[in-house]
Ligand binder design. Structure first.
Ligand SMILES: Nc1ncnc2c1ncn2[C@@H]1O[C@H](COP(=O)(O)OP(=O)(O)O)[C@@H](O)[C@H]1O
Ligand SMILES: [Mg+2]
Length: 233
């Protein structure tokens, strides 16, 4: 589904990504872990075309490095950035509708609005009120659902559990499993091991600008040295 090879990115003269290699198969949940500032969000932005990438980003057999963000989205890459940017003045339902692709009608993709309301009763109960009244956890759900409504084949989700209660973290984990069940590939960015160790098929740990470990959650469990050096604070 996604093959990132030797990905580099810069902010001005700062060389942030220094040769990142990542691959994700259909229906696979891949976690990208690392401390703050190592370049996890920049990796997502470079894949999405929001930051200029150098290197290769193959998505469903096509080179997407260098394409515009809207084209990449239309090809089937969904992105849930870390700042939960809902439209606070619009209702929950209107926020979800904004996730539809140009020309796409609700119910045509793998996810319908009704699916979302069935999974998250809170969103149904607040369908017609301003999204600004939703709790942080509900806003996180809303941004994830909005992206899924657009029927992506790959979703990149940046720190979805940040600041959420343990119950909401569990809801996020359930949604991620459901995403995988529907055959969608997931890049899950997290800072701590958190849910990643329970639900990811594969884990990448990032150091400064590149991947320092790749393996299964069990392999990472066995590598105390990697966890100490690159993950624990
Ligand atoms: N818009 C920006 N302009 C300049 N530097 C940035 C910008 N965004 C991030 N950085 C820097 O790039 C590095 C990687 O950031 P980021 O990808 O956000 O890390 P992470 O998501 O792993 O916490 C950090 O040193 C950060 O300060
Ligand atoms: Mg980040």
């Amino acid at each position: 589904m996604l093959d990132v090879t030797d990905l580099h990115a810069y902010y001005g003269k700062s060389h942030i990504l220094q040769g990142v290699n990542i691959s994700i198969a259909e229906g696979e949940i891949v976690a990208l872990l690392g401390r703050n500032g190592v370049g996890r969000s920049t990796t997502c932005k470079a894949i999405m075309g929001e930051v200029e990438p150098q290197g290769s980003v193959m998505f469903k057999g096509k080179e997407i490095a260098g394409r515009k963000a809207f084209e990449i989205a239309n090809l089937g890459v969904g992105y849930v950035p870390e700042n939960r940017d809902i439209f606070p003045g619009l209702t929950t339902r209107q926020n979800l509708i904004l996730g539809l692709k140009p020309g796409q009608k609700d119910g045509q993709g793998r996810w319908s609005m009704e699916d979302m309301f069935n999974m998250f009763e809170n969103l149904r109960n607040r369908a017609d009120v301003e999204a600004s009244v939703l709790s942080g956890g509900e806003q996180q759900m809303l941004t994830m659902c909005r992206t899924l409504i657009g029927d992506p084949d790959l979703v990149m989700i940046d720190e979805p559990t940040e600041g959420l209660s343990p119950q909401m973290v569990q809801r996020v984990a359930e949604l991620l499993k459901e995403i995988a069940n529907r055959g969608i590939a997931t890049l899950l960015v997290e800072q701590k091991l958190s849910i990643a160790m329970d639900i990811a098929h594969k884990v990448y740990v990032m150091g400064h600008g590149h991947v320092v470990f790749e393996g299964t959650p069990d392999e990472l469990r066995a590598r105390e040295d990697v966890r100490k050096e690159w993950l624990e604070v």
